[in-house]
Design a binder for this molecule. Structure first.
Ligand code: ATP
Length: 622
C-alpha cells in the first residue's frame, strides 16, 4: 500500500442501491423473500408482546384477578414464548435459502457481465480489477446482506417503537435519557462501517499482490523456477510483507471498533443501571406496579439492545451497500468498446482487409505501438507478419479481432470499418490461434470442441480437426482417448473416481490442440496464426506448415512467425519495425532488396549452417 489507490467512483445513491439489491433478491426467490420479511417483522414485535403479557399476568396475580382471565393471559404468554423460540429458526432457514437463491443469481449476472465485455481493456485496468475482485468476493452475499440490513433495521425499529411507547407511559424523562444515550451508538456504528469499507478498498491492491505470491506456490508452471532459482524464501517474504500490511490496516480498524464500541457499551449499561434504580424506587413509593417494573426493565433493555442492533444492522447494511456498489459497478459498466447502436452487417470477405493509417497505444499513458500502419491483406492470400520482439505483431492481431479499436485510422473489412461491425459477428468469421493459447482443465475432446461449441457432441468433426493439427494419434493413445481429462489439478468425475487423475500433455502437444481448436471452424474467412509452431520440434513444424499451407490455400490468412523459413512461401511478407511497415513483398523480392528481412533471413540461415557457438538464430530483442 505504498500509494493510495484512487477512491472508487461514486456509485448510485443509497436508495437506488437498496432497490437494486431488493429487486435482485425478489427476482431470485419472491415467495421466500415475502416469508422471510414477514417472519423478521413478526420477530420484532414478539419481545414487546411478551413484556406486556408478563406485566398483565403479574399485575393480575398481585390484584387477585379471576382464574379464567389469568389462564387466558398465561396461555397467550406461553404462545408468545413458543413463537419466540420458533420464529428465529424458521427465519434463519429462510434466510439461508434466500441467500443461496440471491447468490446464484448474482454470480450468474456477474459472470455474464464480465464475459460480455467485448474487448480486453477492462482486464488491464488495476482499478477495475480491484472492483472485480471485491465483486467476486462479495457479489454472492452482498445483495442479501443489503436486504438483511434493511429488514434488520425495520425489525429493530418495530421493537424500539413498541418499547418506547411503553416507556413513555411509565416515565417520559427516562425515555429521553435512553434515546440520548443510544444516539452516539448509531452514529459511531455507521462511521465505523464507512471506515471499514474504505479500508477494504485501500488494501485491495495489496491483497491482490499477496494472492499472486500465494498462488505461485501452487502452480506447476512456477514450481520449476522457484526450485531452480531458490525463490521460495524470497516469495514467502514478499507474500508475508503484503499480508502484514493488509493485517495492519485491518487491525487499526478493529482497535478503533473495540475502543468505540466498548465505551458506548459502558454508557448504555450505566443508563440502564440508573433506570433500574429509579424504577425500584418508584415502585417502593407506589408510583409503579410490580408489572410496571417488569415492563420498564424489559423496555430499557429492549430499546437499548434494539438500538444497538439497529445501529449494527445499519452499519452492516451500509458496508454491504458499499460492497454491492462494486458489484453494481461491474455489472452495469458501460461497454469497453464503443459499439455501433445498429451495427452494419459484415459482408462476406471478397476484396480483402485493409489497415489505413492505423495508430495504436494501449492507453494515453502508454507509448505508441503502431504508428501509421498501412497494410492490405488481399482476399485468398497468405500474408506473413515478421519483425523483432515488441514490434507490434500480436497487437495488430488483437486489432484485427477487434479486442481494441485503433486509436487513429481504421481497419476495413471489404470496405466496412470494423468499428461499424458487431464484434461477435466478426469473431464468428475468424479462426485464430494465439501465441498465448489456453490450456483448459477439460477433456481432450472438449479442449478442441471449444473452437466451435456447436460441435461439442460431434466426435468426427473434433477428430478431423485433431488429425489436421497432427495430434489425433496421440489423443487416441490416452487412457480414455478423447475423453481423457487433460489436467493434473482435477479428477475426471466431480462425484468421485479419485483413481482417475487427468493427464498432462507436452507443450508441443498442447500447441497442436490449440491449433486443432482454431481449425474447428471449417471455413473461416480469415485465419490468424500467431506463432502456431513455436513449441514444435523441427519435424513437427515442417509437417504442420505443410498442412497449414494446404489448409490456407485459397483462404485469407495472416501468419505471424519468427521462423522465417516457415513464411517464405507466403504471398506477401510484411516487416514491421518501430510500429511501421518498413518492407513488404514476397520472399524473392525482399531478399533481393537486401533490407531488414534479408538481414534476418541471412542471420537465421547462417545460424543453421554455422556450427560456431555464439551465433544466434532468432530475430533478437527489439
Ligand atoms: N496489454 C498491453 N498493455 C500495454 N502495453 C502492451 C500490452 N501488450 C503489449 N504491449 C506493448 O506493446 C508492444 C508490442 O507488443 P506485441 O506483443 O504486439 O509485440 P510482438 O511484435 O507481438 O512481439 P513478440 O515478437 O515478442 O511476440 C510492446 O512494447 C509491449 O510491451
Amino acid at each position: 500500500m505504498s500509494r493510495r489507490p484512487p477512491a472508487p467512483a461514486p456509485g448510485p445513491g443509497a436508495l437506488a442501491r437498496v432497490r437494486a439489491a431488493a429487486t435482485l433478491t425478489a427476482r431470485a426467490a419472491p415467495l421466500r423473500l415475502t416469508g422471510y420479511a414477514g417472519l423478521t417483522l413478526l420477530g420484532g414485535t414478539l419481545p414487546v408482546l411478551a413484556a406486556w403479557l408478563t406485566k398483565l399476568v403479574l399485575d393480575g396475580l398481585v390484584r387477585g384477578a379471576a382464574l379464567t382471565g389469568l389462564a387466558a393471559l398465561a396461555g397467550a404468554l406461553a404462545l408468545a414464548g413458543l413463537l419466540t423460540a420458533a420464529v428465529p429458526q424458521l427465519t434463519e432457514y429462510l434466510r439461508a435459502e434466500l441467500d443461496r437463491a440471491a447468490g446464484l443469481r448474482a454470480h450468474d449476472r456477474l459472470f455474464r457481465a464480465v464475459a460480455g465485455f467485448v474487448g480486453l481493456r477492462r482486464f488491464e485496468e488495476p482499478g477495475f480489477l480491484d472492483r472485480l475482485r471485491l465483486a467476486q468476493q462479495s457479489g454472492g452475499t452482498s445483495p442479501m446482506q443489503a436486504v438483511d440490513g434493511v429488514l434488520g433495521v425495520s425489525r429493530a425499529a418495530l421493537t424500539i417503537a413498541g418499547f418506547l411507547g411503553s416507556l413513555l407511559v411509565l416515565s417520559p424523562p427516562m425515555t429521553g435519557l435512553v434515546l440520548v444515550a443510544a444516539a452516539p451508538t448509531v452514529i459511531a456504528e455507521v462511521l465505523l462501517a464507512r471506515r471499514r469499507a474504505r479500508m477494504l478498498w485501500a488494501i485491495g491492491p495489496t491483497e491482490r499482490r499477496e494472492f499472486f505470491y500465494r498462488n505461485l506456490l501452487s502452480t506447476v508452471e512456477a514450481a520449476k523456477e522457484i526450485r531452480l532459482f531458490d525463490l521460495g524464501r524470497f516469495l514467502r517474504g514478499r507474500m508475508l510483507a503484503d499480508r502484514r500490511r493488509a493485517d495492519a490496516a485491518r487491525r487499526a480498524v478493529d482497535r478503533r471498533e473495540l475502543v468505540v464500541q466498548g465505551g458506548l457499551g459502558l454508557l448504555a449499561a450505566a443508563v440502564s443501571g440508573a433506570g433500574v434504580v429509579w424504577a425500584v424506587a418508584a415502585a417502593r413509593r407506589g408510583a409503579l406496579s410490580v408489572g410496571d417494573v417488569t415492563v420498564f426493565v424489559a423496555a430499557v433493555a429492549g430499546v437499548q439492545s434494539s438500538l444497538v442492533t439497529m445501529a449494527r444492522e445499519l452499519a452492516r447494511g451500509h458496508q454491504a451497500m458499499l460492497l454491492f456498489d462494486h458489484y453494481l459497478a461491474v455489472t452495469t459498466a458501460p461497454p469497453d468498446l464503443p459499439l455501433a447502436g445498429r451495427p452494419d452487417p459484415l459482408p462476406p470477405l471478397r476484396g480483402g482487409i485493409e489497415l489505413r493509417d492505423v495508430w495504436f497505444r494501449y492507453s494515453a499513458e502508454h507509448p505508441w505501438v503502431l504508428r501509421g500502419v498501412d497494410l492490405r491483406i488481399p482476399y485468398g492470400a497468405t500474408v506473413a507478419l515478421v519483425g523483432l520482439n515488441g514490434a507490434g505483431k500480436s497487437t495488430l492481431v488483437k486489432l484485427l479481432c477487434r479486442f481494441y479499436d485503433p486509436t487513429r485510422g481504421s481497419i476495413r473489412w471489404d470496405g466496412l470499418d470494423l468499428r461499424r461491425a458487431d464484434p461477435a459477428e466478426l469473431r464468428r468469421r475468424i479462426g485464430a490461434v494465439f501465441q498465448d493459447y489456453m490450456h483448459y482443465d477439460l477433456t481432450a475432446h472438449e479442449n478442441i470442441a471449444l473452437g466451435d461449441l456447436d460441435a461439442i457432441g460431434v466426435r468426427d468433426r473434433v477428430e478431423r480437426a485433431a488429425a489436421r493439427a497432427g495430434v489425433h494419434r496421440r489423443l487416441t493413445e490416452l487412457p480414455d482417448g478423447y475423453d481423457t481429462l487433460l489436467s493434473r489439478a482435477f479428477f475426471l468425475d466431480a462425484t468421485g473416481a479419485p483413481d482417475q487423475p487427468g493427464v498432462e500433455l507436452s507443450e508441443g502437444q498442447w500447441q497442436r490442440l490449440a491449433l486443432a481448436r482454431a481449425l474447428m471452424r471449417d471455413r473461416p474467412e480469415l485465419l490468424i496464426l500467431d506463432e502456431p509452431s513455436a513449441g514444435l520440434d523441427a519435424e513437427a513444424e515442417q509437417e504442420i506448415h505443410r498442412m497449414l499451407r494446404r489448409h490456407r490455400a485459397g483462404r485469407t490468412s495472416l501468419l505471424v512467425s519468427h521462423r522465417l523459413n516457415t513464411v517464405r512461401d507466403a504471398d506477401l511478407i510484411v516487416v514491421l519495425a518501430g510500429g511501421r511497415v518498413i518492407e513488404q513483398g514476397d520472399h524473392a523480392t525482399l531478399t533481393a532488396l537486401g533490407g531488414e528481412y534479408a538481414r534476418l533471413f541471412r542471420l537465421q540461415s547462417t545460424g543453421y549452417r554455422d556450427t560456431a557457438p555464439g551465433l544466434v538464430a532468432t530475430t533478437g530483442e527489439h
